[in-house]
Design a protein around this ligand. Sequence first.
Ligand code: ZN
Length: 445
Amino acid sequence: MSDPRFLGPAEAGIECAGDPPTRRRLLKAGFGCVVALDLTLARGAAAAVAAVRVWPAKEYTRVTLELAQPLEHSHFTIENPHRVVVDLQGIAVDASLRELVAKVIPSDPYIQQIRVGQFDPQTMRLVFDLKQRVKPQVFTLAPVAHYRHRLVIDLYPTVPPDPLDLLIAQTEATAVTRGRATEPAQAPGASAEPSGRGGGQVLPRRAPVSRMVTIAIDPGHGGEDPGAIGPRGTLEKDVVLAVAARVQKKLAREPETRVYLTRDGDYFVPLATRVSKARAVKADLFVSIHADAFVMPRAQGSSVYVLSDSGASSVEARWLASKENNADLVGGVNLRTRNRETAQLLMELMTTSQIRDSRKFAASVLSELGDIGRLHKPGVEQAGFAVLKAPDVPSILVETAFISNPEEEMKLRSARYQDALADAIVRGIRAYFRDNPPGPRGRTL
Ligand SMILES: [Zn+2]
C-alpha cells in the first residue's frame, strides 16, 4: 500500500484519509471507521452532537449535524478516489456520530460511505467516500424553530442537472404510465382510485390546445423543513408530496400536458430554486401545494393565494406568507447562494398580466376546492409569498387544509381526500385553460 490515505474500510487498522504521519489506528465499525484510541484527550470540553440526519436525493445529498453550540469547521476535497474531508473543532466522536456512519443508504447517489475519526485531540474528522465528484457546500445555521445549531454539508454534482432534462425524463416515464392507464391492474405502490366524487367521475373535457403545456407542481418544504406539524404528528412536507404525486399522475394521463415536480422526494429545495426551476422548464402554470396551520385548532378550510404587489389581503395572509417564507431558514440555505439567487429574482419585475392570470387561475382552483370541502375564506387571497415570484408564470399557492385542525389532519392523511384534492386542482387547471387557452409562448421540446 504505497499511500496509506487510500486504505479501504474493509482493511483492519483502517486510517482516515489525509491523516498525518503520526496518525492513529482506527477500529473497524460497520461501513465506516471510528477512532477507538486517545478519546480521553478529547473529552471534557468537547461538544456533543444532538442529532445527525442524511437526506439523499438525485439533486444533492445533505448531511446535517445538530449541536448544542456552534462549531469551527473546515473542509477540503481529495481526488482519486473522490472524497470530501470535513474537520470539526472541539467535538468528540460519540454515539450520534457512529449513527451517521450507519445512516448512509446504498442508493445514495453521492455518498459511498462516511468515516468518522478523531484526527487529533481537538479535531474530529469526517471523511465522505464518494460515488462521483461533488461540489461541496459546508455551512452553519443558527438555531431556528425547533433546531439548535446546525452544521450542513451539501454535496452537489459538479454539473447541476438541467431541469429540462428532468422534464423530458419525467415526460417519457409518464408516457409509459399513460399506456398503462387503461389496464385494470395498478402499478406496484400506486394507490387505488377511490370511488365517489373526483376519482371515478368523468371530468369535463378541456378545449384543445395548440401546443404542449407544462405544469410545475411544487410540493412545499421537504428534508430539514417539515413544514407545519399536525396534532398527531403528521408532517406537512409528507402530505403535500403525496397530493403533488397524485396531481402529477392525473395530469400525466392528459394529452399535450407535461408535469414537472420541483421536488420528488424528501429533501429541501430553497424557495428561489423552486421558482428558477419552474422558469427553466418554461412552465405555463405553477402550483405550490401546502397545508395550513394556526394556533386555534378550529381554523379550517382550503385557501388559494397569489402574489400581492401591494401588501397582503389580510393580517392572516401576511402572517401565513411570513411563515411559509421562513422555509429557507428552517430548511437551511447557504446564505451566499441565497443572496445571489434572490438578487437575481428581484431584478425581474412582476408583470400586471402575470398577476391578473394568477388571480384567474387561483379563482378556478378555489372554486373546485369549494366543491369538495370547506373554504377558509370565500375569495382568493394575496400576500408576499417568495415562491410565487416567477415574473412570467401564473403562480398560485394552495393551502389544502389546516393540518393543525385534528379533523382536517385526519382528512389530509387519507388517500381518499388526497385524491379529491388532486382532482380539484386538476379540474381547476383544466377550467383555467378552457377559459384562457395557452398562447404561443411555449415551445415544443
Ligand atoms: Zn407550507
